[in-house]
Each structure stands twice: as C-alpha cells, then as structure tokens.
Design a protein around this ligand. Sequence first.
Ligand code: FUC
Length: 824
Amino acid sequence: MLKNIQYKILFLAFGNLISISVQAQQNLKLTYNKPAENWNEALPIGNGRLGAMVFGGAIQEHLQLNEETIWAGEPGNNIPKNTFDSIQKVRRLINEYQFEKAQDLTNKTFPRQAPKNLNYGMPYQTMGDLFLDFKGHENFKNYTRTLDIEKAISNVSYEVNGVIFKREIFSSFADNVIVIKLSSNKKGSLNFSVNASTPHKVNSIFTEKNKLVIIGTSGSVDNKVGKINFKTVAFPVLKGGKLTSTKDKLEISGADEVVIYVSIATNFKKYNDISGNPDARVSDYLNKALSKKYNDELKVHVEKYQKYFKRVNLDLGTTEQTKKTTDVRIKEFGTSNDPDLVALYFQFGRYLLISSSQQGTQPANLQGIWNYQLNPAWDSKYTVNINTEMNYWPAENTNLSEMHEPLFDMIQDLSVTGQESAKEMYKARGWNMHHNTDLWRITGVVDGGFYGMWPMGGAWLTQHVWNHYLYSGDKEFLKKNYDALKGCALFYLDVLQQDPSKKYLVVSPSMSPENKYFKNVSITAGTTMDNQLVFDVFNNFINVAKILNQDKNLSEEIKIALSKLPPMQIGQHAQLQEWLTDMDRTDDKHRHISHLYGLFPSGQISPFRNPELAEAAKNSMIYRGDKSTGWSMGWKVNWWARLLDGNRAFKLISDQLSPAPMETKGQSGGTYPNLLDAHPPFQIDGNFGCTSGIAEMLLQSYDGYIYLLPALPDALPSGSVKGLKARGGFEIDMDWKNFKLTKLVVKSALGGNARIKVAKNLNLRSKTKIASAKGENSNEYYQVNSIKTPLKSNKSELKGFVVPETEMFDFKTKKSGVYIFEVK
Ligand code: FUC
C-alpha cells in the first residue's frame, strides 16, 4: 500500500528547536537479506488450494509444495461400536462422585492409542519439493527476499558477477497453479536445472515432453489405506535458450526468461467421494494458465487477491524499525517502538486467511495449508476444542466473510457424518462430533478418553454459522444451515443429564478441554464451558427458528431445557469457576482457559452488563498468567480486549511477537522469522487469534452496540483503520489521535439502527441526526441473550470492575447509507 504517514522529528538547528515532518513509508512486505535456512524462515504463498513455502536460495531455489486434499487414508468415520453402555456407566460414576473410576472407564473405553479396527484421524501430508539448481551462483551479493502481502507475491533478487537475477513467485488466484518467473538483466544468463522429490512411499518422478512429473499416493495410517492419488507437473516456458531433459531432471541453459507453471491435482472430490481424475485436472489447470500471457496471469492474480485484501487498511504509524528486515523487527519488538509491525502482523493474518481458505476449498487446518511432513504435529488436522474456530475469528470482523465459507461447508459435512456418533455412542438425535476431525469428517473420540471425551465440537463450530448471519444478515444462508443448527440443538436436548445435587441439566461425560481438576482426571459433568456452549446452541436455535418461522413446539421444549442449565459461578478465589464444583487452583497455568469462552468468542460476559463476571474472568486470567503456547496468547489478546485493558492486550501481542524458541515442542510460543506462529511447532491459529485480538482492541459489536476503540493501548496513540466490520452489516472507518477518535465513517449495508459507544465527552459532529441511546438496541442483529444471575461463593472477594466512562448514541441508517462524524 506504501501509504505515507507523517511523523515529527524534533532537532536543534542553530540553537532553535525546529519541528519538521518526515515521510516514512508503511510497507506491507516481509523482507529479508538472506535466503531461508529452514522452513520457519521460508515464506508462505497460497491460493486456498495450492500452497508453497519459498526458500529463496541463490544457489538453489526450494519450493516445498502442498495441495490441500493430500491427506492420508480414505473415506470413513471412526465410531467405535457398543460404547453407549460404558458412557451410561461413566455418567453413573460421575453422579456418585467417583471421578477417578469415571476417568478409568473412559480411558478403557476410548484408549490413548487407536485400536486396530479404528483410527484417530488422518494426517494432512506434503506433496513434496521442487528444486531449481543454479550453476555458478555461489558468490551472490545484494540479496533481498520479500513477501509482498499487498499483492500476494514473493520476490527474490541478487547479483552474481554484475548480473542481477530476479524471481517472482505466486500461487495464482487466477488459474489454480503456482507460477515462478525467473529473469535477469542480461540476455541468455539463466542456466539451471529443475528437479523434485517427494517423501511419499508410493511415488514416481520422471520427465515427459519438457515437463517434470511427480505422481504418488498418500499414506496409510491406523485402519485406513492411503487412497489420495496426486499428480504434479512442473512445466517451464522459455524465452531464448534451450531445454533438455534427463530421466528425472529438466536442464535449462542460456535462457533470457523462464516461467515455470506448477500444477497439482488429486482424485479427491468430497469427504465420501474420491473418484476425481488427477490427470485430467492437472492438465486442465495447466492449460488454462498457459492460455494467458504471464502478465495477464499476474494481473488477474493480484486483482482477485486484492478484492479481499484491500477492504481493510490499518495504519498505526511507522518508525525507523519499519526499515529493518522482518526477522530483526521480531527480535527487537520487545525493546523497540514498532507499531507498524503490529499492523503488518494483523494484515499478515488476513493474508494467511485469504491464502488458505477460499470459496470451494477445504477450511484452513492446524497449519493452514502449509506443511512439509507426512506426520505433522497433531496430524495438522482440525482440532475443534479451540484451534479450528480460532482460525476463523478474523473472518467476519476483518472483512473476509467469503473466506469463512469452507468452514460452513465442513459443518454441513459434519452434520451428516456426526449423526453416526450421535446415534451410535449416545442414542441421540441430531449430530455431534468430538475434539478432532479431518478431510474425511470423522466425528468419534480421538487421542483417548482424557483428551477426546468432549462431545462439544459441533456446539462450538455452529456458533460460526450464527455469527456469519449476524454480520451478513443473509437469511438464505440461515435456511441452508437450518438443519445443521437444529441437529446440533437436538443432540444436546437428548444428551443432557440431570445433575444429582442441584438438578441442573448438564453434558455428561465431558471435560473442560484438556485440563484436569484433580489427579489425572479431566472427565466430569457440567463444566462451565459446556454450559456456555449449550446456552449458545439453544439460543441460536430459538432465534433462527423464530426468524425462519419453524419448529415452534421444539423451540418451546428447548426453552425449558435452556432454563435448567447451570448459571456461571464465581468461586472462592474470586475466579470464574471452570467446573461445576469449585475446584480451580490458583497455580493452574494450563493453556486452555475454556470457561472464558463466555467472555470471548461468546458474548455472555460483558464488563458493562455483568461486571462481577468480568472481574472474575479477569482474576482467572491473572492466575493463569500470560506466556503460553501461541494460540493461547492469541486468545488472551481477545480476552484482554474484551476486558477493555488495551495495555495488557498489547503486552500479549508483545509476547506473541517475541522470537519463537528453537524447540519444536512445548508450552512457550512466539513468532518465527517468517512471521508464522509457534505453538511450538508452527501452528497457524496463533496468527489468526492475534489478528482477531487486534481487531477487538479497535472495535467490538457483541454487546448490543458498536464500541469504538474499546481497548487502545498506550503504545498505539494515533492511527487509522478502514473497513472493519461490525454486526448488522456495518463497516467502520476511524481515525484517532492522542487516544481520541477524530473521525468516524459508518457505512450501512443492511440499514437499521446504529448504536455507537465512544469515550465520554468526545463531541462528535455530523450532519446525521443522533439521539442518546435508551433501552435495548432496536436493531435485530444486536439482541443480547440474557444470562442467569451468577452464583457467588461467600469466600469470594470482589473489588469491583471499573469500566471506562462512555456514552452511547443512536442514529437511523438506510441500506447503503454512509454517515460521517468528525471531532473538530
Ligand atoms: C489442542 C491443544 C494443543 C494443540 C493441539 C493441536 O489439543 O491443547 O496445545 O494446539 O490442540
């Protein structure tokens, strides 16, 4: 975007203090002055389906390649037979407070390793690697390597013996191929060979008519046989020079310019259909790309990408740090003033979502689409007890609504495959899933009872459906997803159990994801997160059924069940209780703080409506501490933003932007030189979580109004943002200076009342007639579901939650109306 930002430098000249304006440039590029030495330094490109990590070596270019449907295994679910009786026994043991026995029986029923006749989900797998070897390029200089996230192109440039060599590499949004253009400023100086490798056992690499071809079959894991067949073709188009080939290598000599098109295809059509023809598909993609001139290919690629990317602009100001390479900026972030790196990180999150999740593709998995292994960490599949949802947190508010669609498609699939787990394991109607799924849409328990006995995956995923509606107002979309929402509600209606002590309706057995409340026990009933999730599932159903005028009787039945869910509880340590009984430990540092789901992404806890719950949530956060895995820190940015503490949110951004550790395992995250998040190892959720958190610091719309600049930290006194979305189809542009909003533009796509909350005494002026806000917001997308009064331990000492002084005003908007406010 290269937008000029002005900042002032004071200096002494001739004894006088003079202030001058200096132009510094915001630069939407990741930049480096040396080739990547490892994968965490390589740069990700992607078009939703095809991904590559570009290493940018001068002597050897290396592209690690992915196609999003290369997964191990074959169609089929993973539901064990005859587990209902055990689940019933576990329920009884929980009711008798025999928790260790309940855990033991769960572990026995669902062992840690997949039994022989079952599987715990398949890994997402790399395709392989493409190498370009350059003779005589050992002594290179003036090297630069960039990823331009404004255009979705990676560039490499360096000089050898006075000749400048350049590469331009992108995963084309125009034609579904990866394109590598090589050029130099001296005719005839391109001499290199093209070769490839793949780690797949079943493979063959050969040349055929000036093309390099790789074919292979995905891996076999557990009880599944690898049945994804893939084909990759690398086809160089030369200007000048000549191309020769050996058995498995292409040699290019004396060329002026070369464009290599890489096409990859598989036989995957749908989770239950692998009848596609990789040969035909690979040629089809390639021929389409070859029918265009390179410049047209590039032009369409950039246009298609920018259609999404350019919707949002964020300027937080620049400093001298902006001019440094990205790896150095990350290293120095904690000790320097580099607000622009926050803006770059935010936009990089948007870049990653556009590049890994396009309409018609698979949703972004644990590593988006970028993975170099056959057996990556946690299979690089979909973990839905936080990670998959986190990937899509920035989809609506950062104006990338279309990128959300692959997740909705997956929910549709799961609402079918999940009927098997609902019926077989729980004798319940509807559908459910547990904490993992994969390309084949498995819905059974994974990784054994301790981690996997959590029947809540569908409850969390379907929140995205309702949220998409709140942002878009798309009733057709609601209709299309009605059965999935209904099936999810029916499942909980059927499985809720009566808790023996207070007669609440609770999910049993379940857990507060991956955390234990004593000894080695995670298994319990009625965890706070489960209660919050079911609360949202039921309310969504009641709301949607009303909007679509459906299922009145079922709604009434669900309202009764809803009224019997447990309220939230404030425990003895003044914390939000994680479990139904007050078992929280103040020294618990677990990365999951699942009971704060109610604070974010859900909106059940608001500092204005329920200050006591907000205070308790804050205490839980303080006990847990800041530093953790990447995704956990990303979540914390959102929580602190919702708690209106901009400085603490910024502290978490700093923790996230600290250099990732060398270890490939553990609980201490950070950011790799390529700006990707470290769990460790690389896991993309932290990027998306933090991106969403930055948006939440600037704008929130979950609580009945649009709150502008709710959590601005001291480090970001001035800036501007354009194109953030609020619920109800509003789009917001804002400028702020010295922590005060100076300009606001509200664009309304759907019309309706706009209710705006800002800091007190702002004195915004406008031609638009405004009125101070009274009562609940009349806008249908801003209705807040009321929660039960929380219970409070008499040992809990609350000090009071101080909210900033604000004011709220309303104005009527029309469809496509634009409303401008200014502070003079
Ligand atoms: C959950 C987390 C882990 C990891 C894995 C993919 O199980 O607890 O930290 O992110 O998902």
